[in-house]
Design a protein around this ligand. Structure first.
Ligand SMILES: Nc1ncnc2c1ncn2[C@@H]1O[C@H](COP(=O)(O)OP(=O)(O)OP(=O)(O)O)[C@@H](O)[C@H]1O
Length: 905
């Protein structure tokens, strides 16, 4: 077997997919947190997260919410399909919190009924694969495609395509061969011939998958699911330029042999087709749909769901640790231990992460603000994964490496080549007509010594295939096989072929077809021995001198045999080399016999093991081991989770302690502040006392001043009141005088006067009336007399005079009546004045008494003082009012008096 064409290191590719918010999401997420906080950038491969310390993340591909399933497939997966067809192992992982679109993107649960646009990566990849292998490019190749579907649930491996009852199925176990390659056993592999077959198996497996209801997704995948496609590609490869490709490849008897069979009977008639060989390329495509990466509390999990959560989280935690270890360039350089064994998930993905695979991680995120913390953690996780370097290699295998008969045929061919070589040397000697002077073996003796040649190996009669010059080296002495990278030549329990075939690189891991296994490398071309062989055949001098253990040294060119002596020397050298070749050949034959025996032994062992495997006891052990492994992994997972929780708790405690310390220092600060505040308060109290004292003093001063002022004003008021009283007295006196005058003596006089006056007036009125009458008569007369002379003006004059007289009379009468009225009014007003004077007196007395109270009260409160003061002011105003009224009254009285006097006169 050979494995070649290594890519060197390739980074794990990372694609980020932001899912659109579905109506379901809108219903579940609180409306205030539905804002989209993650957006794609104009720069390819960049995303921007709002309000984050580190807002920009870079990936190999970024798919926004508008990206279709086709976009995702075309941009990130098609190139991987190409690699898969070339023979590389490929892995696509979907990572992200629950409901972020992992299953949707991967298409792990896709069914036949799903519309073509909604189909995920798996059905798309598979239909492209079937289409491609039918194309002309692969018309000389034969393909066998098988699928398997495994689930890791609570650290148990469950075969989702398993037939029959679960208990009766062989346990699925993870195994590691001596080279550290991972494979799993007990898994059903179903041969598929079309996309429909794939989708049916996908749907069947998805149905068996563990799903449950969480707060965030009604159909949440509660397990990690790995859908694997194994492709065995058999190509007929011609032996190089001389042979040329045959028109049609020979029938391949191995085509329908199960590639997992430990020793398939491949190509037993190999020798019949010497111009080419069947090459087998086995490649695997793993589609991994991981369970949700969210924290337990976000999904409100409890009971079984919580147990699942622990397992999921610990698996992802272990995956995170592996990614960290591989993805951190500093760590990766110094770290010898990558914790793949911490969970079944990481063990199964060992080949895909930091191993021999082309890997793409699709990180799925929700754009909603509600999920921001999970989104950030996914972004960081995915970012670290980008730094992982894988070493991908094509898993190429020549047909027949598991077949002893084929190997025997090969040895025979090699021997033929040796024989041809010898005869070539002999004929060379003959041409030079030289005989050896010494030595045990002559070039003419072509039969080599084969001391321990196995019985079924013959040395004679087999032609040297001319077209094999580029593919096989047959140099005796190059017995050291070229090993694979691991330099490990041990034969694993499931391996059949052995090393030690002269000139051929040793197939190191011949068992193919075990899912998850890597095919290690070994090179066949370009060995020093091969080039020497070519040189010998072509008669050129090899560039390298012979090393210890290597039989060939220099080989002079024929054209250099200038002299006889020189030719002799050359011949001797040739003889010597021939001898060495023979010895090496003998050694190789011995080795071959030994290895063949070993091979047979291992084959027997293997067969025995295989038989034993079927025994119930072994089966039972397998089950027990598998259960123990599960339990161990579960416990480890739980421990890891507990450790994480503990770590979180420790961090919380640290934070609490810090905040406690902070609080204590805050308390001290606060106590200081309180003291300062208290001191300030004390000062303020003192100040306020002082201010109070000052205010009190001021108030007292004010009160005493006010009292003094009031007293002064009282005095002045007293004086004024005295004056008023005096005036009032005088007024009263005047009034009483008037009264007296009216009531007593004067009354009669005035009555008389009035009567006289009235009489006079009456007389006058009568006089005037008579005068008017006279005038009227006169007018009448005049009117009569001068009626004819028409002297109008004279008559109008006399009418005017009459009118005037009449008016005068009525006004006199009016005045008379008014005077009488006024006289009565004056009397009433006098009475009112008296009443008011009485009231005024009472008010004044009240004011005095209040003032006295104010003056005599001890420490009167300020408010009372204010009230007193305002009532004083009211009183003062009232007094002023009264004074005004009194003044008015006095004026009125004076006026009345005056009028009365006038009237009287
Ligand atoms: N890009 C998308 N476009 C439209 N709908 C989507 C997209 N991504 C996811 N969805 C829808 O969102 C819902 C949840 O998606 P899905 O089941 O794939 O999430 P998940 O990450 O696998 O969740 P879990 O981890 O819980 O299984 C499904 O109804 C799916 O159809």
């Amino acid at each position: 077997m050979t494995s070649q064409g290594g890519l060197g290191t390739t980074s794990v590719q990372v694609a980020l997919r932001i899912k659109p918010l579905t109506t379901d999401d809108m219903e579940k997420l609180p409306s205030r947190f539905q804002r989209q906080v993650i957006t794609t950038s104009y720069t390819p491969g960049q995303v921007i997260v709002e309000n984050e310390k580190r807002p920009i993340f870079q990936y190999d591909y970024v798919f926004g919410p508008e990206a279709s399933q086709e976009d995702v497939y075309n941009k990130s997966v098609t190139n991987l399909l190409g690699k898969f067809l070339e023979g590389y192992n490929v892995t696509i992982l979907a990572y992200g919190q629950t409901s972020s679109g992992k299953t949707y993107t991967m298409g792990t649960s896709d069914e036949d009924s799903l519309s073509t646009e909604s189909q995920g990566i798996i059905p798309r990849t598979m239909s492209a694969l079937f289409e491609t292998i039918k194309s002309d490019q692969f018309k000389t190749s034969k393909f066998t495609i098988k699928v398997s579907f495994v689930e890791i649930h609570n650290e148990d491996l469950i075969d989702l395509l398993g037939q029959g009852e679960e208990e009766e199925r062989p346990p699925v176990t993870i195994r590691e061969d001596s080279k550290g390659n991972i494979y799993w056993t007990g898994l059903q592999e179903v041969k598929v011939n079309s996309v429909e077959d794939v989708i049916n198996n996908l749907a069947k497996g998805s149905e068996n998958r563990q799903v449950g209801f969480t707060d965030m997704n009604a159909k949440s995948s509660r397990s990690h699911a790995i859908f694997s496609v194994t492709m065995i590609q058999k190509k007929y490869v011609p032996y190089g330029p001389m042979g040329g490709p045959p028109a049609t490849p020979p029938p391949d008897t191995s085509r329908n042999v199960d590639f997992r069979s430990p020793s398939p009977k491949v190509n037993s008639n190999y020798g019949g087709y010497d111009d080419g060989e069947w090459e087998t390329i086995t490649s695997k495509f793993h589609f991994v749909d991981l369970a949700g990466s969210e924290r337990l509390k976000r999904t409100s999990a409890s009971g079984d769901r919580a147990k699942e959560g622990i397992s999921i989280n610990s698996g992802l935690l272990a995956l995170g640790n592996v990614i960290s270890a591989l993805g951190d360039p500093n760590k990766a350089r110094h770290m010898t231990h990558i914790p793949y064994r911490d969970s079944k998930l990481t063990r199964l993905l060992q080949d895909s992460l930091g191993g021999n695979a082309q890997t793409l991680m699709i990180a799925c995120v929700s754009p909603a603000e509600y999920n921001i913390s999970e989104t950030i953690s996914t972004l960081k996780y995915a970012n670290r994964a980008r730094n992982i370097k894988n070493t991908a290699l094509v898993n190429k295998e020549e047909s027949g490496w598991n077949d002893v008969a084929h190997l025997q045929g090969l040895v025979i061919k090699l021997r033929t080549e040796v024989a041809s070589l010898k005869s070539l040397v002999a004929s060379n000697n003959n041409n030079n007509q030289r005989r050896p002077s010494s030595g045990t073996i002559s070039p003419g003796r072509v039969t080599p010594t084969t001391p321990t040649t196995p019985t079924n190996i013959h040395t004679n009669g087999i032609r040297l295939p001319s077209s094999r010059s580029n593919s096989v080296t047959a140099l005796p002495g190059r017995s050291t096989p070229t090993n694979n990278n691991n330099n490990n030549s041990k034969i694993s329990g499931r391996s059949t072929p052995t090393s030690g075939i002269p000139g051929r690189s040793t197939p190191s891991t011949p068992v193919s077809g075990i899912p998850g296994r890597n095919t290690p490398t070994a090179t066949t071309t370009g060995t020093p021995g091969r080039s020497m062989y070519n040189n010998i055949v072509n008669g050129r001098e090899p560039a390298n001198r012979m090393r210890p253990g290597s039989p060939l040294t220099t080989f002079p060119h024929n054209g250099n045999l200038q002299t006889h002596k020189e030719k002799d020397k050359d011949f001797e050298a040739l003889e010597e080399q021939l001898m060495l070749l023979q010895r090496s050949y003998a050694e190789l034959s011995q080795k071959y016999a030994k290895t063949s025996a070993e091979l047979a032994m291992h084959q027997d062992n293997y067969d025995e093991m295989e038989n034993n495997r079927n025994e119930p006891q072994t089966k039972q052990y397998d089950v027990i081991i598998s259960t123990l492994e599960s339990e161990h992994a579960m416990t480890k997972a739980a421990l890891n989770l507990t450790e994480t929780i503990l770590q979180e708790k420790d961090e919380q405690i640290d934070k609490l302690e810090q905040s406690n310390k902070q609080s204590q220092s805050d308390i001290v600060d606060l106590q200081k502040q309180i003291k300062e505040v208290e001191a300030n308060l004390q000062k303020m109290v003192e100040n306020s006392n002082k201010i109070q004292q000052r205010a009190d003093n001021r108030r007292e001063n004010f009160i005493s001043e006010t009292v003094q002022l009031l007293e002064e004003r009282l005095i002045s008021k007293d004086e004024y009141i005295g004056q008023l009283e005096k005036e009032l007295k005088e007024y009263k006196a005047t009034c009483s005088e008037i009264k007296d005058r009216i009531t007593n003596t004067n009354e009669v006089e005035s009555k008389e006067q009035l009567r006289e006056e009235l009489g006079d007036r009456n007389l006058r009125i009568a006089h005037l009336e008579s005068k008017v009458n006279l005038l009227v008569d006169e007018v009448n007369k005049l009117q009569e007399m001068q009626f004819q002379e028409e002297n109008q003006s004279g008559s109008s004059n006399s009418e005017e005079i009459i009118q005037k007289l009449r008016e005068e009379i009525s006004s006199l009468r009016q005045t008379h009546l008014e005077t009488l009225k006024e006289l009565n009014g004056t009397k009433e007003k006098e009475k009112e004045c008296e009443n008011e004077n009485e009231n005024l007196k009472i008010s004044l007395e009240n004011a005095y008494s209040q003032l006295e109270r104010v003056a005599t009260a001890e420490n009167p409160p300020l408010q009372a003082f204010d009230t007193e003061q305002s009532s004083l002011l009211t009183m003062e105003a009232r007094i002023a009012e009264l004074r005004k009224e009194r003044r008015q009254t006095v004026t009125e009285i004076k006026e009345s008096k005056f009028k009365f006097q006038n009237n009287s006169t």
